[in-house]
Ligand binder design. Structure first.
Ligand SMILES: Cc1cc2nc3c(=O)[nH]c(=O)nc-3n(C[C@H](O)[C@H](O)[C@H](O)COP(=O)(O)OP(=O)(O)OC[C@H]3O[C@@H](n4cnc5c(N)ncnc54)[C@H](O)[C@@H]3O)c2cc1C
Length: 620
């Protein structure tokens, strides 16, 4: 029997099973696993150079037998906070079938996090979600720290290398609503009053036990369980993952208030005094979020009142301001904790379930959302059969590294901020002054804290070639592992208009940026066109994009992809690729592969590691 005939038979069998399960045939398909016979068949079809037509889904054929996960779902998400909402909406965007449950009755009305970092805004931009955030938020342009009226630190966000060169202060209810609306727009719904009680990972699927709003027990089987249940995560507990770290002894006061004072709105402030620390951040509508840590602990043991907050502020900056119109006020203790791993088998965790820290750095919600944007495309690609299951390991490698850095940075910032005795405060002021000076000359280091300098390394899907520069080399903007830097290109078709890279990045797809360099020769032109054609079998997952340092597309008529012009070579300079280069931008906006100059062989090998269906031969 010919390979093509056997493949046809297998497809018919899957179609019959799909009808039996009442699942639309178009959502089903073939998924290659292990030494599957089908994989070998597909190999022989490809070798015979016959056009292979297939789609992807949840049905697997192993040694000729149809296996199924017995689930109409791809994933179950526990928790509808920012992490769960970002994950659910991205998985839906990829066309996956997800359920998202939360034990709460309804969304929180507490303001909690107040900052969206530039990197989160870039990721929102890729999903066309930054406009509603910008419409609601308050831009913060600088942060200054004072000790007894003398300035010890100042940072201006205008220098940030992002179109979002500011912090966007917005109560957490804002981003949560934006993500919730997006989830609903994409056909999802949140199941409130639904609690995860327990789960068992069977190796090929997970059985989760939920309590429904009616108090009934429901068991569901899913390929993946995604734990976004916050600091008390039931999934982390179920995995027996240690939450390494400790609680700080300091007592924190928080209040959302109006302030009558001389300082301009739109800037962040920290005031140090012998009595303690007062941090003030602008909020939309002319309001402020304030945090107070006092040198002498004065635990109230109850919800604070405006008088309590006013008295604490007076002890730190006496006679400087009048507080009024209180909103959310709270007294709390902080922890710094993290897990070592974000995955075990078919169970994943992210957000506060994996890392918590003090609010000084404003990174908790941002890191959770970015965990989700890192994980979603990997789950989608594996579920669709485009990538090997090993891709999922990179979520743990990449994000546990980031979590460690974030918790470490916040711990350092907290310890530095809470030195109030004579010796401690002297060294605190020296360190703040040192950083103020250091960041003036090494702004990229400061950008680490704003999450635009995250660098995934090592990672199985990050590979640099042809240069040794690292992110810390001030002259190099883009290497594999960092987020793609925005830049302006011109469209090559029709009227030539400027287009920003971030306006064309798609969270569903890789974008292979082939930067041609100055006057590429005939052999280079041919190799570029051949590479684009070779990626055709994964066109649903990758868009080849050619950037030409010229006014026309002449010589690239055979290029199968998008072409942009960069006649002044500005984009070439941003990417340090005046002599040409390759930059594979992942669906999460990070550069997965880079080579300067163009190195097709290395790119081919890298892409074959990501896409199981790509054969050899692009660069031979
Ligand atoms: C005072 C304060 C200030 C902060 N400031 C900032 C800031 O400026 N910037 C910043 O980035 N971050 C900040 N944070 C942190 C930020 O609020 C958190 O990092 C963020 O809420 C974490 O989101 P999450 O989705 O991971 O978890 P959560 O928001 O905690 O959501 C978890 C959800 O899971 C649900 N859940 C739990 N258990 C179960 C179960 N068994 N079954 C079903 N559902 C369950 C919960 O009901 C909850 O809705 C601040 C936090 C606080 C408290």
């Amino acid at each position: 029997m010919s390979a093509r005939h056997e493949l046809g038979k297998a497809s018919k069998a899957i179609k019959a099973r799909a009808e039996e399960w009442s699942v639309p045939w178009r959502q089903c398909g073939l998924r290659f696993e292990g030494n599957s016979r089908l994989k070998r068949l597909m190999g022989s079809v490809k070798k015979a150079n016959e056009p292979a037509c297939f789609s992807f889904g949840f049905v697997a054929i192993l040694r000729g037998t149809i296996m199924a996960t017995n689930s109409p779902l791809d994933a179950l998400i526990i928790g509808a906070g920012p992490t769960g909402l970002a994950l659910a909406s991205d998985l839906l965007r990829h066309g996956l079938r997800v359920r998202i449950v939360d034990k709460a009755d309804a969304p929180t009305t507490l303001s909690k996090a107040v900052v969206l970092m530039p990197r989160s805004l870039e990721e929102f931009q890729m999903r066309k979600l930054s406009a509603p955030a910008l419409a609601e938020g308050e831009k913060v342009h600088s942060f200054s720290a004072y000790n007894h009226g003398e300035i010890i630190f100042r940072a201006e966000y205008a220098r940030v290398t992002s179109r979002y060169n500011f912090l966007l202060n917005i109560p957490q209810t804002g981003p949560e609503k934006i993500l919730r609306d997006e989830l609903i727009r994409l056909g999802g719904q949140i199941e409130w009053k639904t609690t995860l009680e327990s789960f068992v990972d069977h190796g090929d699927h997970v059985t989760a036990t939920l309590t429904t709003p009616e108090g009934k027990s429901e068991q569901i089987d899913v390929p993946y369980l995604l734990g976004c249940g916050g600091a008390h995560s039931p999934v982390r507990h179920g995995l027996n993952f240690e939450f390494i770290g400790e609680q700080y002894h300091d007592n924190w006061l928080l209040a959302d208030v109006d302030i009558d004072w001389k300082w301009p709105h739109g800037h962040g402030y920290a005031f140090f005094a012998d009595a303690g620390l007062l941090a003030v951040f602008p909020m939309p509508g002319g309001r402020y979020r304030i945090y107070i840590v006092e040198a002498e602990s004065r635990a109230l043991g109850r919800e604070p009142k405006l008088e309590d907050v006013t008295e604490a502020v007076e002890r730190i900056i006496p006679g400087m301001c009048v507080l009024s119109n209180p909103g959310w006020m709270s007294e709390f203790h902080c922890h710094h904790r993290r897990v070592k791993h974000y995955r075990k088998g078919n169970v994943f965790i992210g957000g506060d379930a994996a890392h918590i820290h003090s609010p000084e750095t404003g990174l908790g919600m941002n890191t959770g959302i970015q965990d989700s944007f890192n994980l979603a495309w990997k789950i989608a690609y594996v579920r669709k059969g485009a990538s090997p299951a090993s891709l999922l390991d990179t979520y743990d490698t990449e994000r546990s590294y980031v979590g460690k850095q974030v918790v470490g940075l916040s711990d350092f910032a907290h310890k530095l901020a809470s030195q109030f005795n004579r010796v401690g405060s002297l060294s605190r002021d020296h360190i703040w002054r040192f950083f103020s000076h250091f960041y003036t000359n090494h702004f990229k280091e400061f950008e680490q804290g704003l999450q635009v300098r995250i660098q995934y390394e090592p990672s199985a899907v990050v590979e640099n070639h042809g240069h040794q520069e690292s992110l810390h080399n001030e002259s190099v903007e883009v290497v594999a592992g960092v987020r793609a830097v925005d830049g302006t290109l011109q469209s090559a078709r029709g009227v030539s208009v400027p287009i920003a890279l971030y306006d064309v990045l798609d969270p569903l797809k890789f974008r292979l940026m082939i930067i041609a360099g100055h006057q590429p020769d005939q052999a280079t032109r041919e190799a570029i066109c051949k590479m684009a054609t070779w990626t055709k079998p994964v066109r649903d997952f990758l868009t080849p994009t050619l950037v030409l340092a010229s006014q026309t597309t002449e010589g690239f008529e055979a290029f199968d992809g998008e072409i942009y012009l960069d006649p002044a070579m500005e984009f070439h300079y941003v990417y340090g690729a005046q002599k040409g280069g390759l930059f594979l931008i992942r669906p999460d906006g990070y550069v997965g592969f880079s080579s300067r100059p163009i190195r097709m062989k290395d790119l081919e090998k890298h892409l074959r590691g990501i896409f199981t269906v790509l054969s050899t031969g692009a660069s031979s």
